[in-house]
Design a protein around this ligand. Sequence first.
Ligand code: AKB
Length: 318
Amino acid sequence: MKRILVTGSLGQIGSELVIELRKKYGIDNVIATGRRKPINNPVVDDGIYELLDVNDYDEFLRLAQKYQVNVIIHLAAVLSAKAEENPLASWHINMDTLLNALEVSRITNSMLFTCSSIGAFGPNSPKDHTPQDTIMRPTTMYGITKVAQELLCDYYFLKYNVDTRSVRFPGLISNVTKPGGGTTDYAVHIYYDALEKGKYTSFIDKNTYLDMMYMPDAIKCIIDLIEADANKLIHRNAYNVSAMSIEPEMIATSIKKHLPNFVLDYEVDPIRQNIANSWPNSLDTSIAKKEWNFSYQYDLDKMTSDMLKVLQNKKGCK
Ligand code: AKB
């Protein structure tokens, strides 16, 4: 039976992942952790929740040992745009917490799942159907930490036999917790503003193609990979995954099928646009399909219908 500790469980992925993990593995087998303890939050209220600053190695190890965990899902990290605001601090946060997670996994003999990103690729990587194994020379601090993370996770697998597993997530679109500080965040904000204001001003320019995925597919991805047969995993850190390659006008067209008066305009942010320009248009996901049957359910229109329905219900919008 898996006993899973999740770091960063109040974030965009964690706040939905923890709920699904509790359903699948049982309330007592999921230890959600985070740096805050907000009130009226299902992650905190509906199961085991512990305060943890992942920089605190001793406390991280103590909690992993106290609950006898055998899987660690390490989500705490600074995203791409935020990392460019303070590159050195972001290097420390992303790398120091990763090393803590790797060491705690080694000592407790736990599997370690980490999130890499399309941001691990750079301007010299092939733009379309970017292969699993190719040139990776990112030009952002976020991307540099992701490549270093992939290499360190491979190292811990090869040197210490730690069962490290990871995916290169594309932009994730969700209706529970808004992302903070990512380049792909526009693809989440557009749905909120479509309902609240009937218009959205995008900081990413038209014709900028990026890979994206709806959060239910991302959660399924994590669970499928931690459940996958270790003997079949060759590319462990980290698998290309994606559900769609889209640009802002395509989302607008999809939204207009439900809200015909929706208006999209642009005020491009040069910093985030530069980051987006350095990333692939679309990833080749064939290796993930081959090694652990990666699959997804939501294309753009299916995701748009669900996003708008859920947000409408939440906000009581018409
Ligand atoms: C970001 O935009 O920084 C993230 C990512 C693609 O890793 N959403």
